[in-house]
Design a protein around this ligand. Structure first.
Ligand code: ISL
Ligand code: CA
Length: 555
């Protein structure tokens, strides 16, 4: 099969609110992004995934859209957008927009019309139901805590919202909704954008009978019980036929609840649906199965992580293209999560994690600040947290007496989505050079030592190591197309894998612990040359793998 440009690309995700403020209001904006594009090009990434910049009342920071064809006021104007896109293209950077069409904002015109009466032409754009015995139509819970149904007095019915009550779910079974969405996508594509990252796209088709599901710790059943089918492939193929196939795009679907077997269809190599998808198996390995992400902090079990990563590589091979990520705006910072953010090991472990991910098969994603080894924030009070998901879900658990306030803050420090959302650390000046005003979310106090200005200059920095990995990957057919084999599956400390293409071979060895680990390399790699190592000098030699060491050998 012919290579697609996005198979050799590395994607850099921007969370616009926290990237770069240009006018001192404490909120990142498009003019700020435009100014920083050369930094991204300098890293070597060639695609930008831009989290939502559309008009929004910001109940969920832009994932609640009130007008798909307008720019959020705080972020700037459509002229700013056009200039940003043009500048990006002139630097060789492509821009992929976030497409949030499982739901809109309740302030979107369609929903305001839909609410007015049962015979509104927009009524069936959303999902309305009568109550059952004076209560919600079913026991489905919202992802942000509480019921997924909200009662509306105007017509005495409930509407479905899998996320906040300000994010009513669109009814994709209505062909008019699909027409509207496809028109809007086409409108953006005509402007010259290079693709879409599709928010929770695996949830667009629901079992509209809404049977009650098994009650979870928050008191409601999971959205997954009703929101995975039966028409999602039909709708994506229609989208592909009517819109995507007319352009040369990269598309990536965010797909909670989707198995690698199903991903073979979503991201099939024939290209009838999406280029690739984001999976959640590996990010779930440290989530407590009963208490969930906001009920407990669970240490990493490396064997489980390897199992999840290998399963996706193996099952997709020959059928679909994989995506590779540790971080995004919904996840805590990877160096604090599965590395070690102490002064001694922060940089080393951040580099080890990078090497581990970037030499695997698939398109790697870097979330802003990950390339600097930015860390979680030391939250001390719930009042500092803005994120609707971690606030809402942890509040339910506190109210139900499942966790204490103290445990709640421990969970926030480990797992809150706001860990990823603190402002980008550009330099050692006040507020890390993010804003001259008051930042909307606090800047991590470690910005004086961890910042882009310092790291870009330093050949041994986390930034320089990412740059090295990215440029290595770009020129290596072995890394882009080689087969993947996990080795040492049961080793609790080392993540080891092999890549092969023709007579070329690569061995990647990563130590996830702060102890030295003995390891003898397989015979087929004897005499292999060391391509990349995250330790500055070559002290110890195999069979000793030093704390958080990453070694890449090629033969
Ligand atoms: O899996 C998660 C971590 O607990 C969730 O944050 C999950 O990623 C999310 O619920 C789905 O994500 C997307 O849709 C949401 C939005 O809040 C997220 O920021 C977005 O990435 C609703 O649009
Ligand atoms: Ca601003």
């Amino acid at each position: 099969m012919e290579e697609k440009w996005w198979q050799r690309s590395v994607v850099y995700q921007i969370y616009p609110r926290s990237f770069q403020d240009s006018n001192g209001d404490g909120i990142g904006d498009l003019v700020g992004i435009t100014k920083r594009l050369p930094y991204i090009a300098g890293l070597g990434a060639d695609v930008i995934w831009l989290s939502p910049v559309y008009a929004s009342p910001n109940d969920d920071n832009g994932y609640d859209i009130s007008d798909y064809r307008a720019i959020m006021k705080e972020f700037g104007t459509m002229e700013d957008f056009d200039r940003m896109l043009e500048t990006a293209h002139s630097l060789g950077l492509r821009i992929v927009m976030d497409l949030v069409v499982n739901h809109t904002s309740d302030e979107h015109r369609w929903f305001r019309e839909s609410k007015k009466s049962k015979d509104s032409p927009y009524r069936d754009y959303y999902i309305w139901r009568d109550g059952k015995d004076g209560a919600e139509p079913s026991n489905q819970g919202s992802c942000f805590g509480g019921s997924a149904w909200e009662y509306d007095e105007t017509t005495g019915q409930y509407y479905l919202h899998l996320f906040s009550k300000k994010q009513p779910d669109l009814n994709w079974d209505n062909p008019k909704v699909r027409d509207e969405v496809f028109d809007m996508m086409d409108w953006w594509l005509k402007k010259g954008i290079d693709g879409f990252r599709m928010d929770v796209i695996s949830l667009i088709s629901k079992n509209q009978k809404f049977p009650d599901g098994k009650v979870q710790v928050g008191g409601y059943s999971s959205f997954a019980d009703v929101a995975t089918g039966p028409h999602e492939h039909e709708y994506l193929q229609e989208m592909n036929r009517r819109v995507l196939s007319k352009y040369d795009l990269m598309t990536v679907g965010e797909c909670p609840g989707v198995s690698p077997e199903k991903a073979r269809q979503y991201a099939n190599l024939e290209g009838t649906e999406l280029s690739m998808i984001f999976q959640f198996d590996h990010t779930s390995v440290d989530v407590d199965p009963k208490l969930g992400r906001y009920g407990a902090v669970v240490p990493l079990n490396l064997v489980r992580l390897k199992e999840a990563m290998a399963r996706w590589e193996n099952i997709l091979e020959g059928y679909a293209w994989n995506s590779l990520y540790w971080d995004n705006h919904d996840q805590p910072r990877i160096v604090s999560r599965w590395g070690n953010d102490s002064e001694e090991y922060r940089a080393l472990s951040a580099k080890m994690l990078a090497a581990c991910l970037h030499m695997m098969k698939g398109t790697p994603y870097v979330f802003q600040g990950e390339e600097l080894g930015m860390t979680n924030y030391p939250w001390t009070s719930i009042d500092q947290i803005n994120d609707i998901e971690s606030r809402g879900n942890s509040q339910v658990l506190v109210d139900r007496g499942i966790i204490t306030e103290e445990e709640r803050m421990k969970v926030m420090r480990a797992n809150s989505r706001d860990n990823a959302r603190t402002p980008m650390q550009w330099d050692a000046s006040p507020n890390a050079g993010f804003t001259t005003g008051h930042p909307w979310l606090p800047v991590n106090p470690n910005y004086r030592t961890i910042n882009a200005e310092a790291e870009v200059m330093d050949p041994d920095s986390v930034f320089s190591f990412y740059k090295k990995l990215i440029s290595y990957r770009k020129q290596s057919d072995l890394v882009v197309h080689g087969s993947f084999t996990m080795l040492e599956e049961d080793n609790p400390s080392l993540f080891v894998y092999k890549r092969e293409l023709g007579d070329q071979k690569m061995l990647v060895i990563c130590n996830f612990t702060d102890q030295s680990v003995e390891y003898s390399i397989p015979e087929e790699f004897s005499g292999a040359r060391e391509e990349i190592d995250n330790y500055p000098e070559n002290g110890a030699e195999i069979p000793e793998i030093r704390p958080y060491e990453a070694k890449i050998l090629v033969k």
